[in-house]
Design a binder for this molecule. Structure first.
Ligand SMILES: Nc1ncnc2c1ncn2[C@@H]1O[C@H](COP(=O)(O)OS(=O)(=O)O)[C@@H](OP(=O)(O)O)[C@H]1O
Ligand SMILES: Nc1ncnc2c1ncn2[C@@H]1O[C@H](COP(=O)(O)OP(=O)(O)O)[C@@H](O)[C@H]1O
Length: 629
């Protein structure tokens, strides 16, 4: 008799944050929360549409770690998605410290429990010495600790040794408690998780920290290297013949002359002869090629090295992936857009490739028969047309220095090469005011109402709402702006860090103070002419609430992309109507990720990203009405 084998369950690898949540759910550390997506809980998981429907329809999905090891099955139910653990992660640094709450309660009964999310200071050490037997719960989940998870554990173990030296029992437990973008909900979750570990025993909060204790200074320093010691990926992108290899080579020479750093060159042509040998120039193979370069470069940065990459890298989404690889490896990513125009590259035609491409002898040639997506996130933009190599290189060196990474600027060089103002835009220099770029709004244009959406409506969407109205100044006229959150609490003010950023960008303190968060409702979606979300997941959420509204719901980046592809004379309501039928893909590059709890720099970056997109979108929404060409 033939055995009927059950088809394997569909698999899904959760995001790092979701994996942290899964680990806590699996050991009962979040009780009474026991599954994902329980009503009102910040502990959510986003599945691709097909898998989500599978779960909703009573099926199951297998959650796997990045290596493909099945961790748990996920099944649907009325009160959230239940998690059935299959196995626990077995390796990773300090795995032995990741204990289940039940084991902790048993092993450390009678102790005082103290949570730690940053390097402990000398004052806090003194406080710990007065407590008696203590168990330190190191909160190492995504977004929570001020150090890397390993750095926090290493530092906390050092402190445990220090305090334990005089006879007290001090132990460390790793708790992968992540943040979810809503301070209030996260505080409640934290209390819940800590209570599960502590059981009936007392929980003590340390006094706010100061400078890390001398005993952990080296751990902290290694964990947060000075920019001059941090791994660095310098990534040149641009058309063939734009000057990427030439500038990258000149930069390598400078770095070699300067000394002190380990260097690796990942030139486009060279990589294609070895690491990527055999790949074609199809979109898919180019993406593979760039991801390989990015992966290697990220590893180099992990070890504090400098990688200089110079492929064409025509797709924004792939460049963003590389940026993410590098960030995950703890490196810095510096993007140089070699923005020499096509005409000049074609005029140079150093390898005779453009002529061949024009004759149709090379298919899918970048700039001719295959697209090049201009980066909007370059740290420096250099057009090499009519300039010497040294002069063009100087722009890169100045930008690298100003960003705090490397000072290779030749201070003795004669100023001759620098008489003309460099054709360069440096990110971090004061952004051109949004207000000045908007065309005057014609009084005849009908007003539209725009709803911005993010998760908790305290960070990104309030920024969009408050900032959008200033983009056009008085010209905003009848455009109405509102915002809401898919999750999170009602009636909160703007997140403090984002409020500072808003204030520094000219939004009045009264307007910021007047803002109150609210939950997204179907009515809000229906009342809006256009709904712009921070991320794709928000767009999906809105569509679940109001499926009929799909033609007017975009991520902000997707709408900017769509608008710039449509006839520039289409504006206002007409633009929205056309965009609904001709939407661009929501590319990963356009996701505006959550800066919540990630500090000022992350909030500024997020604000820059939003400003860049609003600058594209708002003038088009306000536009002077359809002008006949
Ligand atoms: N179809 C097509 N399109 C673009 N370029 C082509 C193509 N076929 C061959 N070449 C040569 O390959 C070099 C680009 O390779 P890259 O690896 O940098 O390209 S990509 O990033 O994967 O898109 C590029 O080198 P550079 O001139 O140094 O950029 C070209 O010489
Ligand atoms: N200011 C400049 N910077 C870089 N390259 C320049 C400059 N002016 C002229 N060139 C020439 O442009 C060509 C650029 O080729 P290359 O560096 O191989 O480009 P890519 O790697 O982008 O294909 C070279 O022949 C180089 O000498």
């Amino acid at each position: 008799m033939r055995r009927v084998s059950r088809p394997p369950l569909p698999q899904h690898c959760p995001s790092p944050r979701e994996l942290d949540d899964l680990e806590l759910l699996a050991v009962g550390a979040m009780a009474p929360t026991v599954g994902f997506n329980e009503p009102g809980s910040p502990v959510t998981i986003a599945l691709p549409d097909a898998l989500a429907s599978e779960v909703e329809a009573g099926g199951a999905v297998e959650l796997v770690d990045p290596e493909g090891l099945p961790l748990a099955t996920l099944t649907g139910g009325p009160a959230g998605w239940a998690v059935t653990p299959l196995t626990h992660a077995q390796y990773g640094p300090f795995r032995r410290l990741y204990l289940a709450p039940s084991a902790v309660r048993e092993q450390y009964a009678g102790r005082t429990f103290v949570t730690v999310a940053d390097a402990i200071s000398d004052e806090q050490v003194a406080q710990l010495r007065d407590v008696g037997d203590v168990t330190l719960l190191a909160l190492v989940g995504r977004g929570t600790p001020a150090l890397s998870p390993v750095g926090l554990l290493r530092a906390t173990l050092r402190i445990a040794d220090l305090v334990a030296a005089d006879g007290t029992a001090v132990d460390v437990v790793a708790v992968p408690l992540a943040t979810h973008g809503d301070a209030t909900a996260d505080a409640a979750l934290r209390a819940q998780v800590v209570a599960n570990y502590a059981g009936p025993d007392p929980v003590l909060d340390l006094a706010p920290g100061g400078t890390p204790a001398a005993a952990v200074a080296d751990v902290v320093r290694a964990d947060r290297p000075e920019p001059a010691e941090q791994g660095l990926v310098i990534f040149f992108t641009g058309l063939s013949g734009s000057g990427k290899s030439t500038l990258a080579q000149a930069l390598m020479d400078r770095l070699l002359e300067h000394g002190g750093r380990t260097l690796t060159s990942l030139d486009g042509d060279v990589v294609r002869r070895n690491l990527s040998a055999g790949l074609t120039f199809s979109k898919q193979d180019r993406e593979t090629n760039i991801r390989r370069i990015g992966w290697v470069a990220a590893e180099i940065s992990r070890h504090g090295g400098v990688a200089v990459c110079s492929p064409i890298a025509p797709f924004d989404e792939t460049r963003q992936q590389v940026r993410q690889y590098v960030a995950d490896a703890g490196g810095a990513f510096f993007l140089v857009h070699v923005a020499t125009p096509l005409e000049e590259c074609e005029r140079r035609d150093r390898k005779g490739l453009y002529a061949k491409a024009r004759r149709g002898e090379i298919p899918e040639f970048t700039g001719i028969s295959s697209p090049y997506e201009e980066p909007q996130d370059a740290d420096v933009r250099v057009d090499t047309t009519g300039r010497t190599i040294d002069d063009a290189l100087d722009d890169v060196l100045v930008a690298l220095r100003d960003a705090g990474y490397l000072d290779l600027v030749d201070h003795d060089a004669p100023a001759a090469g620098r008489v003309s103002p460099p054709a360069v835009e440096v990110r971090g220099a004061p952004a051109p005011s949004l207000e000045t770029t908007a065309p005057a709004r014609a009084a005849s244009t009908g007003g539209v109402s725009i709803l911005f959406v993010c998760t908790a409506n305290i960070c990104r969407s309030p920024y969009m709402e408050l900032r959008a109205s200033t983009v056009l100044g008085d010209a905003a006229g009848p455009i109405e702006f509102a915002s809401a959150g898919t999750h999170g609490f009602r009636d909160r003010g703007v997140d403090a860090t984002m409020a500072d950023v808003l204030s520094s960008r000219g939004i009045s303190d009264e307007r910021i103070a007047a803002f109150r968060s609210r939950r997204l409702t179907r009515e809000l979606v229906e009342a809006a002419d256009l709904v712009l979300t921070a991320e794709t997941t928000h767009r999906e959420f809105v569509l679940e609430e109001a499926p009929g509204s799909f033609r007017k719901v975009f991520t902000l980046g997707q709408f900017a992309d769509t608008a710039s592809r449509l006839d520039p004379t289409l504006v206002g309501a007409e633009l929205i109507a056309h965009a609904g039928h001709r939407r661009a893909d929501a590319s990963a590059a356009h996701e505006i990720s959550d800066p919540f709890n990630r500090g000022r720099a992350a909030a500024e970056l997020c604000a820059d990203q939003i400003d860049g997109l609003l600058k594209v979108v708002m003038p088009r929404l306000a536009g002077p009405g359809r002008t006949t060409p």
